[in-house]
Design a protein around this ligand. Sequence first.
Ligand code: FES
Ligand code: FES
Length: 163
Amino acid sequence: MPKQTFILNGKSVTVNVADDVRVLWVLRDILKVTGPKYGCGINVCKACTSHVNGKAFNPCSVKVGDLKRTDEITTIEGLATLDGRKDLHPMQQAWIDRDVAQCGYCQPGQIMEAVALARRVRRERRSITEADLDAIRNVCRCGTYTRIREAVVQGARAMGPND
Ligand code: FES
Ligand code: FES
């Protein structure tokens, strides 16, 4: 079985698994990192949304053999701690302030998508627009969309330059 090495939440990890296994299964089943949720497995629901090298991606649609040793994957578990925080990331705090979650299943992916969006608009030197919020494709079966939109905007405003 080939050895696969990449960086997960700030630490290098190595697993013995075939090249064509999707990263979501490596995270959840082998490394027991279960923040990224399994919804569809085909890059549609976005429940598994995490970051690779700071940008949102869906690990259910990426083969582990396609990762490089230097690729950095961040899941919801590493979102706050990677910044050396003892408390929550500002986007997580916004989620609590707005009481977003119902069943909670989609929420890690929603938060990771929100942080990636906030970073992208910051790079583009602008604020989040209604069109940005409309473009979020993460599915919430509980229908928390109104509160998600409010929390994304609040969280983005609260994020500092290193968030
Ligand atoms: S489980 Fe990855 S997009 Fe649905
Ligand atoms: S909170 Fe239940 S699916 Fe989104």
